[in-house]
Design a binder for this molecule. Structure first.
Ligand code: ADP
Length: 598
């Protein structure tokens, strides 16, 4: 009898299941409803792809993104798995072909957008077909508590009405507890089994830095990571272009990507990035959801994102192949205020806005945290724990604590003497004794604390005041132009009855390169000449078939070939990602390239 493990090895070319994949597959095969929350790169797809192959009938995969659908369909076809996609970009002849394949029972997996699936005529058509499973990918889109609500997803609740016997598996990489409960409710899952994989990505080193001189910091980082593919996320289209052109000017292989770029050019950029022809993409969040590229080595946030869900999803695009990757976040008070004004100005419902504001504040706490960042994220997602992760900056080089009582006293006193009528920047100007027009006009140059903290640089002050806010010694009045106000916790400090501990300001943390895991290949093991020849062979094939290079074979597979130099089919099957289908398609060619080399 064919087992899930047999399919994993024979078709996908992987030796064993990861984490809970096998238990999830067993539950799907038992016709239960399931909710799977697993980080990006965790291996969710196999949880419905393997059951699709083991069961009679068609598995329907709902996905919000055309690029992602196309990617997965191409990858499955490479494995000789009959898969197709239906969405607004498929031609009518393409649609007819899919209809035919479904009617003849030839298709195993159909990727479909919610709009295409929920057309009444299509639902009626499907009613007479044998459907084994609905897989709802990016299931958080169904919930307003999630970070990417899509109204068309809500209509998916119709599926349980039309097809009450067909089980559903909902999958997402980003759902806090409220979102998880909402997914179950909205999709009408019946007594679902919930699988919460750990959200920890051990191979991603996480660092956050104050955003001063960020361009300079980025250039330094890139010079430390030559030729490594990565994404720089910016908040605005304009800044993607600014950053890209600066880096191009310095000779980096880099381009800007945002919703305003011509769609052909966008597709071209994506293809080049995916095939390692373009090293760096500077993008708005429009880029990435459909990107399956496994060897992204770093993700930089040029600006602070608006919530932890988005941030974590974006950094999760790094290191999907399991090799070390880095996530570098820049943040500034200006980013925070900017994002806040987006929320304020939006015409969304006030309840929704309040959720967005709360999420933004959590993001700010994350950026300015002095303790383990992984814990902060995991606790946010309801995976409670408090041991050190050892792969974030705060664990690797803990910030030094100092006695900040005097700093806090100066700041608190200045806030009070300015009549609680100043924001952070003006407060620092007062503390540093600036004779700026606004300071003089308000008469703040005559208060007692004017210039009391002049020896402390501006950026250091920002760092300290941010911590005071996070510790509740000061609060920000968002209803009154973000002015700083006193709080009950500040009083004992002013009276010298309590002490304050602050972390020292470090302008730029050196990015510490994570070591390759012991089991991984070391650069020296890999024959670089052979690797280059394999890559160029793969690129020709990818171009000829119009596919991203990694769909043919991942870098990881190529590295293993270039290190172990297989001499026959059996040895080639030991390479990760090579199963029977790829062996048949490419085995002879690979063996010939290796043989020529030895
Ligand atoms: P997700 O959808 O959770 O982001 P994917 O399903 O795309 O992740 O899987 C990420 C990568 O890991 C893919 O390249 C996939 O083929 C690979 N993968 C999945 N399961 C395994 C496994 N058991 N062993 C090795 N690689 C795996």
């Amino acid at each position: 009898m064919t087992t899930p493990l047999h399919i994993l090895q024979e078709r996908f070319g992987y030796s064993g299941f990861r984490h809970e994949q096998e238990t999830i597959i067993t539950s799907v095969l038992a016709k239960k409803d399931n909710l799977v929350v697993m980080p990006t790169g965790g291996g969710k797809s196999i949880c419905f792809q393997i059951p699709a192959l083991l069961q009679e009938g068609l598995t329907i995969v709902v996905s919000p993104l055309i690029a992602l659908m196309n990617d997965q369909v191409q990858a499955l076809r490479q494995l000789d798995i009959p898969a197709g996609a239906l969405h607004s970009h498929i031609s009518s002849s393409g649609k007819n072909k899919i209809d035919q394949q479904i009617s003849q029972g030839l298709l195993k997996l159909l990727y479909v957008s919610p709009e295409s699936l929920l057309r009444p005529a299509f639902l009626e058509y499907l009613k007479n077909k044998s459907i084994s499973l609905f897989a709802i990918d990016e299931a958080h889109c169904v919930s307003i508590w999630g970070n990417d609500f899509r109204p068309e997803y809500v209509k998916l609740k119709m599926l349980k009405e039309y097809f009450p016997q067909v089980p559903t598996i909902a999958l997402t990489a980003t759902a806090d507890q409220a979102t998880q409960a909402d997914i179950v409710k909205q999709l009408q899952l019946s007594e679902p089994k919930v699988f919460l994989a750990s959200f920890e990505r051990h191979n991603i080193k996480t660092t956050a830095s104050p955003g001063q001189k960020r361009m300079q910091q980025i250039v330094g980082f890139l010079r430390d990571h030559p030729d490594e593919p990565g994404i720089i996320y910016c908040l605005s289209r304009k800044s993607t272009e600014k950053v890209a052109s600066h880096l191009q000017g310095l000779g980096f292989s880099c381009d800007a990507y945002h919703a305003g770029v011509d769609s052909h050019l966008r597709a071209d950029l994506q293809l080049k990035f995916q095939s390692d022809e373009l090293q760096i993409i500077c993008a708005t969040i429009a880029f990435g959801m459909g990107i399956d590229k496994p060897n992204i080595r770093w993700v930089i946030h040029y600006n602070m994102p608006k919530n932890i869900e988005g941030y974590y999803q974006e950094i999760g695009r790094g290191g999907r192949d399991g090799d070390p990757a880095e996530a570098l976040l820049f943040y500034s008070w200006a980013d925070f205020l900017n994002l806040q004004s987006f929320v304020d100005r939006s015409d969304a419902h006030e309840t929704f806005k309040n959720v967005q504001r709360a999420k933004l504040e959590r993001m700010w706490e994350f950026a300015t945290a002095a303790s383990c960042r992984t814990n902060l994220v995991l606790n946010y997602f309801g995976e409670y724990r408090n041991h050190k992760c050892n792969h974030c900056d705060n664990c690797i080089s803990p910030p030094k604590l100092m006695d900040g009582t005097r700093h806090a006293q100066m700041a608190l006193s200045a806030v009070i003497r300015c009549g609680e009528s100043v924001g952070m920047n003006m407060l620092i100007d007062v503390l540093r004794g600036s004779y700026k027009q606004e300071v003089r006009a308000a008469g703040f140059d005559r208060i007692k604390t004017f210039g009391a903290g002049r020896e402390i640089p501006f950026l250091d002050w920002k760092h300290y005041i941010t911590q005071m806010i996070n510790q509740g010694l000061l609060s920000i009045d968002f209803t009154d132009h973000s002015k700083l106000k006193r709080t009950p916790l500040g009083l004992p400090i002013l009276k010298n009855e309590a002490k304050v501990h602050l972390t020292e300001f470090i302008a730029q943390r050196k990015s510490v390169k994570t070591q390759k895991a012991q089991t991984d290949l070391l650069p020296d093991d890999v024959d670089q000449g052979l690797m280059a020849r394999l890559k160029s062979w793969r690129l020709d094939l990818a171009r000829a078939q119009g596919l991203p290079a990694y769909v043919i074979l991942t870098n990881k597979s190529l590295e293993q070939i270039a290190a172990h130099k297989p001499e026959n089919a059996t040895q080639l099957l030991n390479v990760d990602g090579i199963g029977q289908a790829k062996l048949t398609k490419y085995g002879d060619q690979i063996l010939a390239i290796v043989a020529k080399d030895t």
